[in-house]
Design a binder for this molecule. Structure first.
Ligand SMILES: [Zn+2]
Length: 276
């Protein structure tokens, strides 16, 4: 009985968190310069193309790998040219297939130190990847003339990472920001969290970091953060690059911070009551 209830609770959480766009196909496209979108309709995967091979940010769920491969090939690139795998954070919707992509391509997996145990875990739904390089706040990942910086933006996970990269696009350089996640998920405990005592302070630090980053290209781990579908439609219609959205980035970070602070205040008043 207890087992059945636990199973039911776990299934309910999974259902509550899933979204029909997670596994839905989405056109592959160039965002700017050598930065491409190869993810699903919501689970963002980015490809950085260089003369030395490609960097992939996020791998999504195992069932999404065929879509990612198809997207890479539609752009004229080779899945087997994947040299480095990075992630936004160690949750299954972004990294469950990391071990699979690592095995299939021989790419090096580079992960923020605090998310390494989750990345190497072989528990159900975890990727069981071998981490080749442990990253820290400010670590640089370089390949074929492209340079990405890993910013530790913890809270959502202990090693949640926001990636930045200068993208050369025509005659200009655009600062891309790929937000790791500023979100307080259902069930998260911000006050008196025994497994993660500094969680609330970590979110506070994350918002300070996000506010400090210069941003032209506003991107993130989920398409929903930055309006992927709407912006892609505008791009198709011939608008000036809609992903260049510094104001949208600032507004998003401000709104997410307010939402976090409101929930933190609520939990201070009702200790032991997790996020709805
Ligand atoms: Zn997550």
């Amino acid at each position: 009985m207890k087992r059945a209830l636990l199973f039911f609770a776990a299934a309910t959480i999974l259902l509550a968190q899933s979204n029909p766009d997670w596994d839905r196909e989405f056109p592959a496209f160039k965002i700017a310069g050598n930065l491409y979108y190869v993810g699903t309709a919501d689970l963002a995967v980015y490809l950085v193309h260089t003369p030395r091979g490609n960097i992939l940010i996020n791998t999504d769920f195992p069932q999404d790998v065929p879509l990612i491969k198809k997207s890479i090939e539609q752009l004229g690139f080779k899945y087997s040219d994947t040299k480095i795998i990075l992630i936004s954070h160690a949750h299954g919707d972004h990294d469950a297939a990391t071990g699979i992509v690592e095995k299939e391509t021989g790419a090096k997996v580079m992960i923020m130190a605090q998310d390494v145990p989750e990345e190497e875990s072989t528990a159900r739904g975890r990727p069981g990847a071998h981490v080749d390089r442990v990253l820290h706040d400010g670590s640089v990942v370089a390949l074929g003339g492209s340079k990405l910086v890993a910013h530790l933006t913890p809270g959502h996970t202990k090693g949640c990472t926001t990636w930045t990269m200068p993208v050369r696009d025509g005659g200009r350089v655009l600062n891309a920001v790929i937000v790791g996640s500023p979100n307080v998920n259902a069930g998260y405990i911000l006050v008196g969290n025994k497994n993660y005592p500094t969680i609330a302070e970590d979110y506070v630090k994350t918002f300070a970091v996000l506010k400090s980053l210069p941003c032209d290209l506003f991107l993130g781990a989920h398409g929903g953060y930055f309006g992927l579908k709407e912006k892609y439609a505008k791009m198709k219609a011939g608008a000036a690059n809609p992903f260049i959205d510094p104001d949208g980035y600032k507004a998003y970070v401000a709104e997410r911070e307010q939402t976090f602070r409101k929930e933190w205040e609520r939990q201070k008043e009702h200790p032991g009551s997790p996020a709805p």
